[in-house]
Design a binder for this molecule. Sequence first.
Ligand code: KIV
Length: 259
Amino acid sequence: MKKTLKTIFKKKGVEKITMLTAYDALFAKLASQADIDIILIGDSVGNTILGYDSTVPVTIDDMVHHTAAVARAKPDSLVLSDVPFGVAHFGFDKILHDCRRLLQEGGAEAVKIEGGKKMAETISKLVSAGIAVMGHIGLEPQQILRLGGYRKFGKTDEERAAILEDAKALEAAGAFALLLEMTDSQTAKLVTESVSIPTIGIGSGADCDGQVLVCADLLGLTERAPSFAKKYANLREEIISAYKAYAGDVKSGKYPENK
Ligand code: KIV
């Protein structure tokens, strides 16, 4: 059955929400068949698929292209697309224009925007325009050049209070859910208990309303996955060994067979 914002919202406090990234139709179909609630076309497409070192170089054209590939799979999962680096800071017309592209050209059903209370006004206006928005707080990977590295957020009282304030501001702005990345687990728990909208965690402990992982990390395709990402398969080794077996068969004349 097709997942909607309503389906996701109703799960808070009742059942955990599952979210996974996908960047193309092949993997979107697999996620949908596994009954994943939300497929995120993350700007992690930059480091996972496009060969960049971070999400910073990813453009709106990249996001529209990969979102459209996912949407063509017609997944039952909610199709959520990331607003890439910089877009949210040009002004409202630019972000409205680019969200419109993600929805109309890409087929996204919702968008995700990094940033806490500083994004609240923009998110409120996007919601008024009919766009479903997930907030993204804690670690904001698009800030990597300023931060100089990835780290956990919300460990100190000051950061905990700031994250809680961000969460409440985004809830008030009309965000339908919050992604909490690399957030201290006690802070993530506090946020989850303090807002009425679902929280989705990554590297933020077990007490969020749902969890998200980058598909390549979960499948064991990434060379260096973050320590919190549980590997549910070892496809990297399986693929390399299948490719080697194929190459061996071609070289030895075992494949193709002369039929
Ligand atoms: O781009 C992405 O994959 C993300 C992760 C935090 C899931 O935003």
